[in-house]
Design a protein around this ligand. Structure first.
Ligand SMILES: [Zn+2]
Length: 318
């Protein structure tokens, strides 16, 4: 369990190699880098700048902020396509985080964006397929998924019976241009080292008037909580601070907007959905109250003081 506001139940499912590095205290160590692992370019994704400052240190991984455009990113050199998140095989009993804790948030999305309509939806980085299954239950939407992890896709096919999920890099997904009304990214964009080809592909796959929806941690809240945790508790392996070895990019409202606009999206909006539900009933009530306060602050300040996760709606066309 970790105690960050992004997802308090987020399981630490990672590749065996990553876990080994973590347990050995070798993450991103220049002298002890794993065989074949490359030093990551510290050129800013958004402005190309090379000047940055360290804003947080998570064990031995630096979190950097570009001095040119203020984009925040991890210096960790991981798998750029993130194929190993689910490991070699998914257990039969998956962590309820993936279906129970997230269900209310998914339901909120369905109510806001899909109910009383019909169309086609593509979930990018769909993992085990629980959101695709949820959309399919509406009966009025054709739901598809794309996922790079073969283990996760096997689970979706065999355990959830979802035939509409394909395995491969997100940018290589094959559909005719304009095939989709909605494309979703649930906690995926932050894991993608080079997101432009993926977002460019989405732009082409959406029909005019379609939307791309993204949920990603908000660096403003994430960094604040990481610093408070470090100050109060020091560095502990069971706390997720900035998830430095998983989250390559830490977006703000400004930086995610820039990224989406340069990939052809025209109108970028920020909404709020129900948070993931903590599976501990005692904690859940407190967390939900905190989220209500955070949300109220965002609304009252006109979005200037937004510490909630980012729920982004990017439109194609006018
Ligand atoms: Zn920059």
């Amino acid at each position: 369990m970790n105690n960050n506001l992004h997802d308090s139940n987020h399981p630490t499912t990672r590749s065996a190699a990553t876990e080994q590095l973590r347990s050995d205290g070798m993450m991103n160590s220049e002298s002890k880098r794993a065989p074949g692992e490359q030093a990551r370019s510290q050129r800013c994704l958004l402005c190309g700048g090379l000047r940055h400052r360290v804003v947080f240190r998570e064990f031995d991984i630096d979190i950097l902020q570009c001095l040119g455009c203020r984009h925040v990113f991890s210096s960790f050199a991981g798998d750029p396509h993130y194929a190993e998140f689910w490991g070699g095989e998914v257990a039969n009993e998956v962590d309820p985080y993936w279906w129970k804790a997230r269900d209310r948030m998914y339901q909120d999305f369905l109510t806001k964006f899909l109910a009383s309509r019909s169309g086609r939806l593509l979930d990018m980085g769909c993992g085990l397929g629980f959101f695709v299954r949820k959309v399919a239950t509406l009966g009025t939407w054709e739901a598809y998924g794309r996922e790079i992890s073969p283990a996760a896709v096997r689970y979706a096919h065999e355990k959830l019976g979802l035939a509409n999920i394909t395995c491969g890099r997100l940018e290589d997904v094959e559909f005719a241009p304009g095939s989709f009304d909605v494309i979703t990214f649930w906690d995926v964009i932050d894991h993608i080292l080079s997101p432009d080809p993926v977002l460019g592909r989405c732009q082409a796959l959406l029909r005019d008037g379609g939307i791309c929806f993204l949920r990603t941690p908000n660096v403003s809240g994430q960094l604040l909580r990481a610093r408070i945790n470090k100050l109060m508790k020091g560095m502990q392996r069971n706390i997720d601070y900035m998830q430095a070895h998983d989250h390559f990019h830490q977006y703000s409202m400004n930086t995610i907007r820039k990224l989406l606009e340069r990939n052809g999206f025209t109108r970028i909006e920020f909404v709020h959905l129900h948070p993931c539900q903590d599976l501990n009933g005692m904690v859940r009530g407190t967390r939900n109250l905190v989220f209500q306060l955070v949300r109220a602050l965002a609304v009252i300040s006109g979005g200037h003081l937004n510490l909630d996760n980012l729920f982004v709606v990017a439109h194609k066309g006018a």
